[in-house]
Design a protein around this ligand. Structure first.
Ligand code: GLA
Length: 412
């Protein structure tokens, strides 16, 4: 890729839009583009994700089990040949200007994702020139469904295509991850970007985050009489990002202590409980608990996958409950709202339930017997509202394809 960069500074215009169905989203995106910039644009989309199990394992080199969902970020885009970047958010109704060749960060957080992707692409020898674009999306923000990874993936996919950079999907995932690290300050793993780019309809993916080997598993809970439903607490507690980085640091600390005795340990996922026990007295108690959770979670992912393949949804569901217990007690990334919903699921006889994603708010993911679904959702929502003063949002999950180019819809 080397030697292809260094044209004039790119020029970008962006817009972000929320809610609406697929076709509306596509039309809204391109008609907004026509309104703002005139003429036609190429249209791209990248979805959010769910993760069935394997939480906080990605940056520990472990397994995750995500799938892309039918909610996405859309990007209508066209090169403009200018050097100034004008960025507009439809959701926020804001315009931003920036130049990827300059060090100055855009003022608004949402624009930094776009800027970061441009910068990371340039850094890797890609070509990024000026463009106008509109971003629209129906991935709920702050719900733990990876709207930010979807934004990065849509941007990276689009830039790769229109500027013919030839980056692989893995490269694009790494560009999205580096954007989070370097421009947002979240030291995330690779799961969200991977799921958004590699998703396949009707399949979840088991990704080994150390080797990036992955395997698709057909996932069709409906045919076995189950549904997968998300309950969104609609809260996102402050400090989630710094707490996330803190958890990562604890894990790296525990892994480093184990490595001193067992040099083959690159990530925490390479260790087992026995090795962790050996270093117990040498690391802070908090780091021990974090590591205990992660090592347990590694085994749960494998048990979950075997159970799914054997059609044993009960065992798979039990793994989800155990994961939640670990996330709440040992990893301490849950919150009262999430714990409430998982408890409500247990009490209603739901097969499996747990908080999903980074934590401190967002959704629970529930594997529920289809015959129980309605009553569970009704009762859990009612109890939640009584307790917390607002009802959770409910999303049914459809496992969908990953990022791609979308045929531009007619807009009149
Ligand atoms: C966030 C991060 C991911 C992953 C999850 C927790 O979604 O972006 O990389 O660490 O939290 O599993």
């Amino acid at each position: 890729m080397d030697g292809r960069l260094k044209k004039s500074a790119p020029s970008i215009n962006m817009a972000v839009f929320m809610d609406g169905n697929y076709m509306n989203m596509e039309k809204t995106t391109v008609s907004k583009f026509a309104e703002l910039f005139g003429g036609e644009a190429a249209l791209y989309k990248a979805p959010g994700r769910v993760n069935l199990i394997g939480e906080h394992t990605d940056y520990n080199g472990g397994f995750v089990l995500p799938g892309a969902i039918d909610k996405a970020i859309y990007l209508a885009i066209r090169p403009n040949g200018k050097s100034v970047c004008n960025v507009y958010s439809l959701k926020n109704d804001e315009m931003e200007s920036f130049s990827p060749s300059e060090e100055t960060l855009p003022r608004r957080q949402w624009a930094r994702y776009l800027y970061g992707v441009c910068r990371e692409m340039l850094k890797r020898g890609g070509r990024v020139e000026g463009f106008d674009a509109v971003v629209a999306g129906d991935v709920p923000l702050g719900a733990g469904l990876s709207s930010s990874a979807a934004l990065c993936s849509a941007t990276a996919f689009a830039l790769n295509d229109i500027f013919e950079n030839g980056f692989s999907l893995f490269d694009l995932a790494l560009i999205g991850q580096a954007t989070e690290h370097n421009y947002i300050g979240v030291k995330c793993g690779i799961m969200d970007q991977f799921a958004s780019l590699f998703g396949r309809r009707g399949n979840i993916m088991r990704l080994n985050c150390k080797t990036l080997e992955h395997r698709y598993f057909p996932f069709d809970p409906e045919s076995a009489g189950y549904s997968l439903v998300l309950l969104d607490t609609r809260v996102k507690h402050e400090l989630a990002n710094s707490a996330y980085n803190h958890r990562r640091a604890s894990c790296e600390n525990a892994a480093a202590a184990i490595r001193r005795r067992h040099p083959e340990v690159e990530y925490l996922s390479d260790a087992d409980m026995m090795w962790l026990e050996e270093v117990r007295s040498g690391i802070p108690e908090e780091d021990f608990r974090r590591a205990e959770y992660v090592i347990g979670e590694m085994q749960r992912v494998l048990t979950f996958c075997d159970a799914l393949e054997a059609g044993d949804y009960k065992l798979a569901g039990e793994m989800m409950y155990r994961t939640h217990d670990g996330l709440s007690r040992l990893y301490e990334v849950s919150c009262a709202e999430l714990d409430y919903l998982v408890e409500a699921a247990r009490n209603a006889g739901v097969t499996g339930s747990r908080m999903m994603g980074g934590g401190f708010g967002g959704c629970t993911v529930n594997l529920v017997d289809a015959s129980l679904r309605e009553e569970f959702v009704r009762e859990a929502s009612k109890g939640f509202e009584e307790r917390f003063g607002h009802a959770p949002k409910v999303y049914d999950v459809v496992i969908s394809d990953g990022a791609g180019k979308v045929p531009t819809p007619q807009i009149n």
